[in-house]
Design a protein around this ligand. Structure first.
Ligand code: B3K
Ligand code: ZN
Length: 847
């Protein structure tokens, strides 16, 4: 396969002035006619070539003309090359495609009888011949003839009717933002009046039967539109905003201009079928896709290496939105847990790559936690460094200066340099260096002065063999032993490899609260005593570091159990209990405080310390902790459970879901000690999915029979999204030694369908997420996953390649597990005609 390099970028020799597309829909023989107006690109250095290349894959060329004269281009598997005139010209072509056989779910495909598209990153070339690159932007007019009542494309409707529709999108866009939908759909409609008084029609299109699952998503959309006006001054720019829900989708959702397409799991919600976590995720994804209208669509990316320009910024914006809509500390803590779980694993293993990668074979493999989540952290650091006011000024300049552009990270940083006068050359290393920086701090105290000496070090990786020092914003505060704050949050700016900061005029030696709010995505080593951590746990004014103090104590406790079989310290367990009982604290925050590090995090910590994690032992220690917690809460769990049960109508808001989170942790303790009676009662009386499934999971873990599981199946067998939960939960709740068998048995179930990514991920995502089951010493889970990846690859390379990352941590484990994983990786790689996607992932993972 060919490797593409950032350094090889050259502009396309032509601009595209307009695109007209006509679709005649047919399951196996859709005809696409295109009329594309090309002109010479003044930004192209050198002579315009006399042949033109257009991307095209799996499209059958029926006829082609240039300026009305038939031409006969040379067509390969990647596209076509055709002689062209020197000046402007019009390209016309007719092609045929086969949406019904498109199982890759990229380009135009079918899902339950409806037509839909997914073009990002390079799917438009499966629809027709085109310069399918993000820096080629054009105005699209689309007509559709089809058998369906609802026919949609981007922009504003010119004519809509049954069986024929015409759409015009006035905003120039790259082809990856093109979308088309046709189906028997029903709309949940509303309107929004923008800050300048323009009325926008909003529709959420769903399959008949799903109408009752639209209200929440619509509310989230309107809240997002208001928020983006108020916080970023961004107004919506079309008369219409459509969202369509589809059941077969490779990821969460897609920000196509004016026609967002969503995985139904990322938009459909009702109290009976969706959990609190589902609601929160849906709200965030709707916001994310909506925010892309400015950060992604109005300003797009020059090339795919700049992906973080739109994704990092848009993730940052959606996290701000969630913080504003819900609890900011809870959102921050959850984001950091997620970052450490997914992004750190990636950045510390063979798949490590910079936030802005410098080469790739298959761009779909780079929609990663590093590009998205670390990309968002980099924006957060920039904001911390320049301050809130300068941040919003710079972003405003970005919108003014680059509206309509296909921009770069250089453009993005330049608006900050121009706004603040800062030189961001060193800061830019966050975009170009792979690897998680390690930050350590040494303290010394003399008279009234505390000196903190920081050392930074980024381990070299294949992607970045010689890392240089980064600019690290370190937010710190100081707490006196009596709990008073000696210094409010202050941001230190570290630029050197080793750097000291002094704090004078102190009454007493304080405890330093370092990296407040997790102000940089680093691994921090700070040798605080347990007593100091206990002080921060009880008195830190920064909620993130309060949680972090507990998390570090929990880690220390579990590591001591793993290394020397020590018992957990009752004083610490009781401190956690004290926090859980503190009614002045947000229940959601308390639920997070009771949470212990999971096996994947511990495996990572052990690996960092040069030790080999034993998944079986990690599982046992986790069980011991849960037993010890259940004992500690023996006299409090029932009361806490009852006190935080929610009465009245279900609301998916932060207040109610926090209560349910806390009470369901108590339910777990109760079930562990006293059996499943309480869980069964909750299951029987539940009027919402959060309560029902929390109860079911306790029954599966601690109960005897499968009555509840079967009842759940009977109740929900016609609801795909709920059935995904039914599949996943059985794997998550299985004993480690039964995990692979449970998953295998579920793949034989008549409702299992590997072509549906949600169902495939329900089973295998749960298996991969069940650390002790996935890494069971038999190696069964490795083999089962590999078998199914081999089966899925020819059908859906994108989802297959993504699931391969389950193997990325293989080097952490013992020789036997390493050999087993490697054998499976080799076996997959040896499969004839393996996709470029999967080949690239596994080759990188092997290292
Ligand atoms: N931009 C899309 C992701 C497309 C992934 C293509 N493999 C969704 C998002 O980030 O909003
Ligand atoms: Zn995005």
């Amino acid at each position: 396969p060919k490797t593409i390099f950032l350094s090889d970028y050259t502009p396309y020799p032509w601009t595209v002035e307009s695109v007209n597309l006509h679709f005649s829909l047919d399951p196996h023989a859709t005809r696409v006619r295109s009329v594309i107006r090309f002109a010479r690109n003044p930004a192209y250095a050198g002579d315009t070539p006399d042949t033109m290349f257009l991307h095209g894959e799996q499209v059958k060329l029926i006829s082609a003309q240039i300026d009305g004269t038939a031409v006969d281009p040379e067509v390969t598997g990647e596209g076509l090359t055709c002689a062209v005139p020197a000046g402007s010209f019009t390209w016309e072509a007719e092609v045929e495609i086969d949406p019904a056989n498109n199982t890759a779910l990229e380009g135009l495909y079918m899902s339950n009888g409806m037509y839909c598209t997914q073009c990002e990153a390079e799917g438009f070339r499966k629809i027709t011949f085109y310069p399918d690159r993000p820096d080629v932007m054009s105005v699209f007019t689309v007509t559709i003839d089809g058998p369906h009542p609802v026919l949609l494309s981007n922009g504003n409707p010119v004519k809509t009717g049954e069986h024929h529709a015409e759409w015009h999108d006035p905003w120039p866009k790259p082809a990856y933002l093109f979308a088309l939908v046709a189906g028997d759909l029903v709309a949940h409609s509303d309107t929004f009046t923008t800050m300048n008084g323009r009325q926008v029609d909003l529709n959420l299109y769903v399959r008949p039967g799903d109408e009752g699952k639209c209200a929440f998503g619509m509310g989230a959309l309107k809240a997002s539109m208001t928020w983006d006006e108020q916080v970023y001054g961004r107004e919506y720019d079309l008369d219409l905003f459509n969202i369509v829900a589809v059941d077969d989708f490779n990821m969460g959702a897609m920000e196509n201009k004016g026609l967002n397409i969503f995985n139904s799991s990322a938009v459909l919600a009702s109290p009976e079928t969706s959990t609190d976590m589902n609601f929160e995720r849906i709200e965030a994804i709707i916001a994310h896709e909506y925010f892309h209208n400015w950060t992604g669509n109005r300003i797009t990316c020059r090339d795919w290496f700049q992906l973080c320009l739109k994704e990092g910024l848009t993730v940052y914006r959606d996290s701000q939105f969630t913080s504003d809509m819900r609890s900011a500390p809870v959102k921050r803590i959850s984001d950091v847990i997620d970052l450490r779980g997914r992004q750190f694993a990636e950045d510390q293993g063979p798949l490590a790559h910079p936030v802005r990668p410098e080469s790739f074979q298959e761009i779909n493999n780079f929609y990663t936690a590093t590009v998205y989540e670390k990309g968002a952290e980099v924006i957060g650091m920039l904001k911390t460094l320049v301050g809130e006011d300068a941040y919003y000024k710079a972003v405003e300049l970005y919108f003014d200066r680059h509206d309509g552009d296909a921009a770069t990270i250089e453009d993005w940083l330049k608006v900050f340099e121009d706004t603040t006068g800062r030189d961001l050359t060193q800061f830019k290393r966050w975009y170009s260096q792979a690897g998680t920086p390690r930050l350590s701090v040494e303290e010394s105290f003399e008279l009234d002065t505390l000196t903190l000496t920081f050392t930074q070090h980024t381990p070299p990786s294949a992607a970045t063999p010689e890392p240089q020092p980064l600019v690290i914003p370190i937010a710190i505060g100081l707490i006196y032993p009596d709990g008073r704050e000696a210094l409010e949050t202050k941001v230190l700016e570290m630029t050197k490899e080793v750097q000291s900061f002094r704090f004078t005029g102190l009454e007493d030696r304080p405890v330093a609260s370092v990296l407040r709010g997790f102000s940089a995505p680093v691994v921090l080593t700070h040798d605080l005593s347990d007593a100091d951590r206990m002080l921060l746990l009880s008195a830190d004014t920064d909620p993130f570091n309060r949680w972090e103090a507990g998390n570090m104590l929990a880690r220390t406790t579990m590591l001591a159990m793993i290394r020397d079989g020590a018992a957990p310290d009752p004083a610490f367990l009781n401190a956690i209990k004290g926090i859980a009982l503190d009614e002045s604290l947000d229940p959601a925050f308390r639920a997070l405080m009771i949470n212990w590090p999971g096996p994947a995090e511990l495996a990572n910590v052990l690996h960092e310390a040069g030790e080999v994690p034993d998944p079986e032992q990690l599982f046992t220690v986790g069980e011991q902790i849960r037993d010890a917690m259940a004992e500690t809460f023996a006299d409090a769990a029932s009361d806490l459970y009852a006190r935080h049960s929610v009465s009245g109508a279900y609301q998916p808001d932060a207040a109610q879901s926090g209560k349910r989170a806390l009470s369901n942790v108590m339910l777990a303790f109760i079930s562990r000690r006293s059996g499943t009676e309480t869980a069964q009662a909750q299951f029987d009386s539940a009027d919402n999915m959060t309560q029902q499934i929390s109860a079911l999971s306790q029954i599966l873990r601690h109960g005897e029979d499968s009555t509840a599981l079967d009842a759940f199946y009977q109740q929900w067998k016609d609801d795909r999204l709920v059935m995904d939960k039914w599949f996943g939960l059985q794997v998550s709740c299985a004993k480690p030694e039964d995990g692979a068998d449970t998953a295998r048995r579920l793949t034989d179930h008549p409702d299992f369908n590997h072509k549906n990514p949600n169902r495939f991920r329900a089973v295998f995502g749960a298996l991969i997420g069940h650390h002790a089951a996935f890494h069971h010493k038999s190696g069964d889970a490795y083999t089962l996953l590999a078998d199914w990846l081999i089966t899925l690859d020819p059908l859906n390379p994108q989802t297959t390649a993504r699931m391969c990352s389950a193997f990325q941590t293989w080097k952490r484990y013992d020789a036997d597990r390493q050999a087993r994983i490697l054998a499976e990786v080799e076996r997959i790689l040896a499969t004839p005609d393996l996709s470029r996607d999967t080949t690239e992932m596994l080759t990188r993972i092997k290292g």
